[in-house]
Each structure stands twice: as structure tokens, then as C-alpha cells.
Design a protein around this ligand. Structure first.
Ligand code: ZN
Length: 322
């Protein structure tokens, strides 16, 4: 549970933000509110014009600290940044958040979650319960849009031991560049990613309900694919728009908000092409600032939808009232 009161936080931040060379404590307040991680199923609803977007909590991975996690920050700096954001520093809390997009007559998911905790440790796997809590029936899902093929985004498509499809009747939209990378000969893929590549190759290319999308394109009315390569070779963000309102769903352009939105130069070990990932996250955030678009991130915790602003050398996230 998040125990610090808002008053304590603002007072604490007053000293801390000066130490970080910021003009105002916006990042601290925003980050703290942004990164609450509920213990059980949870959701938050937002409006983007006529479209309803629902953030669905799929649990949290309590990742032990590890000197190799971030290039650009050691464990002490990582702990300090977590604390500055009002989070625990005993581990790195990495939450999972699937977006449901409700357009007239269609229920769409962006990413499919950890598949009842097939990855992400014992506190992952709450998506089904969160959907029920939000009044959503998995049977009504017509389309699933996948940002990239890491397990915490695609295991919700397949059963643990059999790889049987969880959503055989839904259309599953995947980025061509992502499919191409994961389906190259397995021995060309770096060793730690070969197991996942084998599972991808045993599933997605053979499924009849797969649709590939190459580059920037409208996927369903109101949702466009925005190539955002770097985290993986085909990683794709999504622009949800309706009636002049926009929400840029950045998927894994950053990992934990408190760490990587504030410090876009930090490179998480999960990024396949780290320098490109840095360039991409800055480009996406600059676009959101310029276009006054709302933003969302998959690993930002609830609430994970809000606005972004420039803050020193990084960015600050301010959650929207959901
Ligand atoms: Zn992820």
C-alpha cells in the first residue's frame, strides 16, 4: 500500500526537487500519484472524445534490484528515483496495464497481459478479474492489437502448457516488423530471447485470425499504429483519437514511469536496441507535448493515463482524473 500522505509528499518534495535541479515539484507529485499499485484487481475509465478507454490492472512484478538492470543508473540511483516518486525501494515494482478501447460496436484490447501470470511473478495475472470488475466480458473482445511480442504482452493470447488460443474468435493485429524479427532462424536470435522466439514461432504465424500491419496505419476506427521501434525491432505505439481528443498509448517506449519518463536516457535491460529506444521515447513524448495529447504507458501503474510535460532533461507525467 501507498502510505505517504499528499501533504508529506509535497513537503518532502520541496527539498528533493531543488536537489534534482527542478523548477517545481511536479514530477514528484505526479509520479507518486501515478504509481500506486493496487493489491487486487482494478481498473480506471477515461474518455477520449466519444471513445471510452479502460485501463486494466494485470498485477505487478516485484523485480529484485540488479546492477545490470539500467544502463545509466546504478542501484543506489534507481532506489533514490523510486523513493522520489513515492514508491518502495526494496525492489523495482513493475506493474502491467492492458488498455481496453470501447468504440461504438467494438471492444478492442491493446496487448493481452501476462496470461494469468505466465510471466511477472506471483503478483501478476489479475487481468481477467480486472475485466470482470470493469464490467467487460472477454467473449466480447473483437480485436486485440499487439504492441510487441514480449511475454507480458502476448502470453494472454495463449494457454500455459498447450499454447491453445485464448481468443480464437478475435482478430489479432500484429506489427509485421515484430513478426519478422521473432521468426528469423532461432540461432540468429540472442540466447536469452530464444525460448520466447520458439514460442512465438509455434503460435502466432500459424493462427488464422492474425492480421499483420506494416508501418503507420489505421487498425480499427479511431486507433492508429505508430511505429516506435527500439524497445524491440517492431515495437509499436498506438494513437487513439476521437473528436479532436488524442491519447498516445506508448506501450513499452518506457518501462516504470518514475524511472524512465523522468530519465529518458536511462536504458532498461529489456530494450533490444537501446539507443533507438531512447530516441523513440523522446520523439513520442515531444509529439504528445506538441499535440496536447494524453499519454499512457503499459508499465506505469494505475492511474496510467495523463499528460506529459518537459521537466529538466526529462519529462513529468501528471495523471488525468479518471
Ligand atoms: Zn512490457
Amino acid at each position: 500500500m501507498f502510505q505517504v500522505s499528499r501533504r508529506d509528499l509535497v513537503l518532502g518534495a520541496a527539498g528533493a526537487y531543488a536537489a534534482f535541479g527542478l523548477s517545481k515539484p511536479i514530477a514528484f507529485i505526479g509520479a507518486a500519484e501515478a504509481q500506486q499499485t493496487p493489491a487486487g484487481p482494478s481498473f480506471k475509465k477515461y474518455k477520449v472524445g466519444d471513445i471510452e478507454v479502460i485501463s486494466l490492472y494485470d498485477g505487478v512484478w516485484e523485480k529484485p534490484h540488479d546492477e545490470n538492470f539500467i544502463k545509466g543508473a546504478n542501484v543506489e540511483q534507481t532506489k533514490a528515483a523510486l523513493k522520489a516518486g513515492g514508491l518502495t525501494d526494496t525492489h523495482v515494482p513493475i506493474p502491467f496495464t492492458v488498455l481496453a478501447v470501447k468504440t461504438p460496436g467494438r471492444l478492442v484490447l491493446i496487448d493481452s497481459g501476462t496470461g494469468s501470470g505466465q510471466t511477472g511473478g506471483p503478483k501478476a495475472g489479475l487481468l481477467a478479474q480486472s475485466m470482470t470488475a470493469a464490467g467487460l466480458d472477454p467473449k466480447d473482445v473483437k480485436t486485440i492489437i499487439i504492441s510487441h511480442f514480449h511475454g507480458d504482452h502476448i502470453f494472454g493470447l495463449m494457454a500455459k502448457d498447450t499454447n491453445a488460443q485464448t481468443f480464437p474468435d478475435a482478430e489479432i493485429i500484429i506489427p509485421t516488423a515484430e513478426l519478422k524479427w521473432w521468426t528469423q532462424p532461432v540461432d540468429s536470435i540472442p540466447q536469452p530471447r530464444r525460448g520466447l522466439a520458439q514460442r512465438v514461432q509455434a503460435t502466432l504465424p500459424n493462427w488464422k485470425n492474425i492480421k499483420q500491419v506494416d508501418g503507420e496505419a489505421e487498425l480499427v476506427p479511431g486507433v492508429r499504429a505508430i511505429p516506435a521501434h527500439g524497445h524491440t525491432q517492431g515495437h509499436t505505439a498506438h494513437l487513439i483519437s476521437s473528436g479532436g481528443a488524442q491519447l498516445l498509448a506508448t506501450a513499452d517506449a518506457t518501462n516504470v514511469q518514475t524511472l524512465f519518463v523522468k530519465h529518458p536516457e536511462w536504458q532498461a535491460a529489456f530494450d533490444h536496441v537501446p539507443d533507438m529506444a531512447v530516441e523513440t521515447r523522446k520523439k513520442l513524448f515531444d509529439r504528445a507535448v506538441a499535440d496536447k495529447a494524453m499519454v499512457a504507458g503499459y508499465h506505469w501503474g494505475l492511474p496510467n493515463v495523463g499528460t506529459i510535460s518537459k521537466d529538466g532533461n526529462g519529462y513529468a507525467f501528471t495523471p488525468a482524473a479518471g
